[in-house]
Ligand binder design. Structure first.
Ligand code: NAI
Ligand code: MG
Length: 373
């Protein structure tokens, strides 16, 4: 008998609800025993409360074994301000991505994205692709330290600390904007180590560091230096590095030259979307945000507003995210059963959503996978 888990359930908005409902059909069918605790997150809560990730949801996440998250809508600063309810306007509220905040607040420092071409998927770029991306999840250019307009104090510091900054010294605060790329030793080391530990545990041969250390010398230089130090502790695993721009080309040309990729936040985000497209697109991209205490699993796609409420999108990404959650909880047999059922339905080719060239609905795909268990 497996234990009864407490699972945070955060559908979000847009297609988030549909794909989460679909994943539930499969979790129930595989006999996963859980109490699901709902958490509010997303655009509606920004508009009505001025907070897309209310404190009550953070409290839920601190008190569950793991969580599933669907998708949310995010909009640029100006649109966010305009859509705030009248009573909240002009109160200095600033929109920040609730996903980035969730990752930082819960210290979900690993973003794990398995990239697997299931045989027979007509949307595969090539058959046989099987990669894993480890993306640093709490810092780098997504640290959230940004200035616009740039305060005089910041501008003064930059002017004295760098000769290269001289051309900017004449600018006034709202002539430019600054987003800080911040990479710590601790943050870099723990993601690199997670990638190597995973390679050892799963019989992977090689870990590739994705960076731009030749140009972005301070931050990426530190990341690469730490990568090389950690790599020397894992002599059985091959280690190399590639520039972020070059690897987008190499991945398309020779996807079989890569195995495990590890990258700072932004590069990891970019590379994992590219990889998702090589195995069928966003309808297949799943992701785990993993910390020491809790983990939140999600499809990598967003809220796809144009398809919201139509039962049209592919729920496989979210079903594979649920499979990752089962694995993380140690429910390895159930995880394997879900993955086997997904693989069978894809290979049979009878039930296909629009992105696979078919007409099946979100629910029909979920039910087919549930029946294949
Ligand atoms: P998106 O991922 O929502 O959708 C882009 C396109 O990908 C869709 O129009 C659709 O053609 C396809 N697609 C997405 N999910 C699919 C699925 N399950 N099955 C089949 N096809 C699928 O990205 P978009 O349109 O750039 O952003 C929409 C909203 O989502 C924005 O507000 C954005 O900020 C937000 N977003 C949220 C994310 C999250 O919640 N993790 C991630 C990315 C974007
Ligand atoms: Mg992304």
């Amino acid at each position: 008998m497996s234990r009864n888990y407490r699972i945070g359930w955060l559908p979000g908005d847009g297609i988030g609800w549909e794909v989460c409902d679909a994943a539930r059909i499969v979790l129930d069918a595989v006999g996963f025993s859980a109490e699901y605790v709902h958490g509010d997150i997303g655009w509606d809560y920004w508009c009505s409360e001025g907070d897309a990730l209310p404190q009550r949801t953070i409290d839920v996440l601190h008190n569950v074994d793991a969580a599933m998250f669907g998708a949310i809508t995010s909009k640029p600063v100006k649109a966010a301000e305009e859509e705030l309810e009248a009573k909240l306007k002009c109160k200095g509220l600033v929109y920040r991505s609730p996903i980035v905040r969730m990752r930082q607040l819960l210290d979900l420092y690993i973003c794990l994205r398995p990239i697997r071409a299931y045989p027979g998927n007509p949307a595969n770029y090539k058959e046989g692709i099987n990669l894993v991306v480890f993306r640093e999840n709490t810092e780098d250019l997504y640290a959230g330290v940004e200035f616009f307009p740039v305060p005089q104090a910041v501008s003064d510091v930059l002017a004295v600390s760098s000769k290269n900054f001289a051309p900017f010294a004449q600018l006034s605060g709202d002539d430019y904007a600054i987003s800080c790329k911040i990479n710590t030793r601790k943050g870099s080391e723990r993601i690199v180590r997670a990638a190597f530990d995973y390679a050892v545990k799963h019989g992977r041969k090689k870990v590739t560091c994705v960076d731009k250390a030749n140009v972005v010398r301070a931050t990426d230089g530190l990341f690469l230096e730490i990568f090389r130090t950690v790599a020397s502790e894992y002599p059985s695993i091959q280690a190399d590095n590639a520039n972020i721009d070059a690897i987008t080309m190499w991945l398309l040309k020779n996807p079989f030259n890569y195995d495990v990729l590890v990258a700072p936040n932004l590069y990891g985000d970019i590379v994992s979307d590219l990889c998702a497209q090589m195995v069928g697109g966003l309808g297949f991209g799943c992701s785990g945000n993993i910390g020491a205490k809790v983990a939140v699993f999600e499809p990598t796609h967003g809220s796809a507003p144009k398809y919201s409420g139509q039962q049209k999108v592919n729920p496989i990404a979210t079903i594979l995210a649920a499979k990752m959650m089962l694995e993380w909880l140690g429910e390895t047999q159930k995880a394997a059963a879900v993955e086997g059922a997904v693989a069978r339905i894809i290979a049979e080719g009878k039930v296909r959503t629009y992105d696979m060239g078919g007409t099946a609905t979100t629910q029909q795909m979920a039910s087919a996978i549930a029946s294949a268990l």
